[in-house]
Design a protein around this ligand. Structure first.
Ligand SMILES: Cc1ncc(COP(=O)(O)O)c(C=O)c1O
Length: 268
């Protein structure tokens, strides 16, 4: 390992560090300059839907209830043109062990880290994902470091991020709180290199494959409750993993006519 820990040297080693920390060489999937064979990467990641379900069941993740929001359904009918309106359901992901859908993503990363012999997991996150990784790591006796981006350039912390450290620490994780900027990635790379921990990022194939069960369950539950596939599924969206994984799960369930809608916060 090189001893040069300067910003430029560590950033220069980022591909090599990430390759070790995830066990995937993303360059293998690039083609024709800007092409990326996402499907082959997901296939070669090596987790079938069945295996993901088994891993999640073993740690109490998934199989969350689908609940009809009857008042909203009634409201939609009241204001929709005659003969239209929708029955509106919510997938109650707060029933996952650490209280959010992020457990689905964290469960496969933590499982993969354990079976591949990593001693711990690390994640850079400002939200509930930290608690999910910490919770899954605790169940598997893995060490865990959560890096939070919570201070602005004036060192003012965002209270809703700052307070999330308590939940991560309750699960036994070490929390490192940093400013938002390139220094965060630098610090994170150093942690991965120095610890040799698995990079439980939200967006690796392990994170995305963990979400597939969400879409799959929605399709199966709609068939059981309504006798049909959902017409549309609205998914909260930021970086794309949630929408991608849910849509892939719907397709795996055969619900290929379901419209998938990503809903983002408008920051304009
Ligand atoms: C409720 C909720 N929805 C969606 C997202 C974003 O997921 P993704 O970045 O995979 O689009 C987050 C991530 O923090 C979230 O907390």
């Amino acid at each position: 390992m090189s001893n040069d820990m300067s910003f430029n040297a560590v950033m220069g080693r980022k591909n090599e560090i990430m390759k070790k920390a995830v066990g995937i060489d993303y360059e293998n999937y690039e083609f024709s300059g800007i092409g990326f064979d996402y499907e082959r990467m997901m296939r070669e990641t090596g987790y079938s839907l069945q295996e993901v379900q088994d891993v999640q069941r073993a740690s109490g993740v998934g199989n969350t209830p689908l609940i009809e929001l009857k008042n909203l359904t009634a409201l939609a009918r009241k204001f929709a043109p005659k003969g239209k309106g929708a029955r509106i359901f919510v997938k109650d992901e707060s029933c996952n062990p650490s209280g959010s859908f992020k457990d689905r993503r964290a469960s496969i990363s933590a499982h993969n880290a354990k079976v591949k012999g990593y001693k711990g997991v690390a994640a850079a996150t400002s939200g509930n994902y930290g608690a999910a990784v910490a919770s899954q790591a605790a169940m598997k006796n893995l060490k865990c470091i959560i890096v939070q981006e919570c201070y602005d350039s004036r060192k003012v912390g965002q209270p809703e991020i700052l307070e999330k450290d308590r939940k991560c620490e309750c699960y036994g994780a070490e929390v490192i709180q940093l400013t938002v900027g390139p220094e965060l990635f630098y610090a994170y790379l150093r942690i991965l290199e120095e610890t040799g921990y698995f990079n439980a990022s939200l967006y690796t194939p392990f994170g995305v494959v963990g979400i597939e069960t969400l879409g799959y369950e929605v399709a199966i539950q709609c068939r059981e409750m309504l006798g049909k596939d959902p017409d549309a599924v609205i998914i909260t969206h930021a970086g794309g993993g949630n929408v991608t994984g849910t849509a892939r799960g719907l397709i795996k369930a055969g619900a290929s006519d379901t419209e998938v809608i990503g809903a983002s916060v408008d920051l304009s």
